[in-house]
Ligand binder design. Structure first.
Ligand SMILES: *Cc1c(COP(=O)(O)O)cnc(C)c1O
Length: 375
């Protein structure tokens, strides 16, 4: 890493070529089943460099849950259509209409309010109506869908462009033949009710890829919203790597701010630590301990895996991470330790104001440091 590019703060490093590769691979895979994708940017905090790579790889539409992230994209000049995955609150409607193009909604009050803002701005908001097939998050229950569609049809300023569902996010209900068949039946019924075909039959997220790859998604499904699979190369129903995709695109890199040999003993009387947790010490005796400049405030720190297996996480507090590096002879104070984040650690790290976001490869905008003011 070129030292000049670093501000000395911990950073999220991403491999631009790896992102392009995963996006192109999944675009092709889905296209083979006539499924179009939206690239979900919420785990990148709306990093515009990464969004640019997604669009360049041929993904026609972006999606995010947060207006702050979409604002960041727009400020950087991103003009791709964006889906807003989470309903705006009442006070966010006007800004939502300005920033996003397609809205995933299922509550009639929100749809009315959004439509009101659209009429003021002389716009039409495109809506994907969300139906809940049992994951108990957003979405109308199937029995009330026809009534909701009827109500939306009477509102000026919005247009129904799709039916969507989201699984495996809340209680972990996985997509299967039963709920996917039910989903397309509902889509057929909505098309009959509105008298035209829907542009988006949007059957889910990265948890649908396993079914897609086995050819088990009903052919009428034509859209998925993918985040984790594009960024971390994994489907999420079973956590399996996607063949040919890269799982090593992101690293969290932090610095050794102190390195000492200290005695570890289980016998010392102890209570809960600063995080309210009891720390288990598995090794005893003299160990080489590194104190790192990364803590629980920066990321979901319990979801990090050291890239070097000889580094063992012992514990952490708000601003420090303590690792046993007894097996590493050549690590010094000032040296760096690298971790591989899971999706949640990535999402929190990428929205932290304390971490830099730096591209690792020589592709587009290489070495650019996103060191923006808070948004
Ligand atoms: C986060 C989210 C996605 C993307 O999920 P992944 O598991 O990252 O693919 C898709 N749809 C909705 C509604 C979401 O909130």
């Amino acid at each position: 890493m070129d030292k000049d590019l670093s501000y000395g703060r911990p950073r999220v490093e991403y491999d631009a070529a790896g992102i392009s590769h995963n996006c192109a691979l999944l675009s092709r895979l889905c296209a083979a089943y006539e499924v179009e994708i939206a690239a979900v940017t919420k785990a990148t905090g709306g990093n515009p460099d990464i969004a640019h790579l997604m669009v360049e790889a041929g993904i026609p539409c972006l999606a995010d849950a947060r207006l702050e992230n979409i604002r960041r994209l727009r400020k950087a000049g991103c003009q791709a259509p964006v889906m807003l995955l989470r309903s705006p609150s009442e006070g966010e409607m006007a800004e939502a209409v300005r920033l996003a193009d397609i809205f995933l909604l299922s509550q009639i009050d929100a749809i009315r309010s959004l439509a009101g803002q659209c009429r003021r701005l002389d716009k039409i908001a495109e809506i994907i109506v969300m139906v809940d097939l049992g994951d108990l998050r957003e979405g109308v229950t199937p029995d009330l869908l026809p009534n909701l569609i009827d109500q939306i049809l009477q509102i000026d300023g919005v247009k129904i462009v799709g039916l969507g569902t989201n699984l495996a996010c809340h209680i972990g209900l996985l997509p299967d033949q039963g709920n996917m068949d039910q989903f397309v039946e509902l889509a057929v019924a909505v098309e009959a009710q509105i008298g035209r075909s829907l542009q988006f039959i949007s059957a889910g997220n990265s948890s649908a890829l396993s079914m897609l790859q086995q050819g088990d998604l009903p052919p009428k499904v034509n859209h998925l919203r993918l985040g984790e699979s594009l960024l971390l190369g994994r489907e999420t129903a079973y956590g399996q790597p996607i063949e040919g995709a890269r799982q090593d695109v992101f690293s969290l890199v932090c610095q050794v701010i102190e390195l000492r040999t200290k005695p570890l003993s289980e016998k010392v009387g102890r209570g809960p630590n600063a995080m309210g947790k009891l720390v288990r010490l598995t090794d005893a005796g003299l160990r080489k301990l590194a104190v790192l400049n990364l803590g629980a405030v920066d990321t979901e720190i319990s979801c990090l895996k050291a890239e070097d297996r000889r580094v063992k996480v012992i514990g952490y507090s708000s601003d420090h991470l303590i690792v046993d590096v007894t097996g590493l002879a050549d690590l010094h104070a000032g040296g760096e330790v690298r971790f591989s984040p899971n999706y949640h650690a990535l999402a929190t790290a990428m929205s932290s104001p304390y971490l830099d976001q730096i591209a690792r490869s020589s592709a587009w905008n290489s070495g650019s440091v996103f060191h923006e003011e808070c948004i």
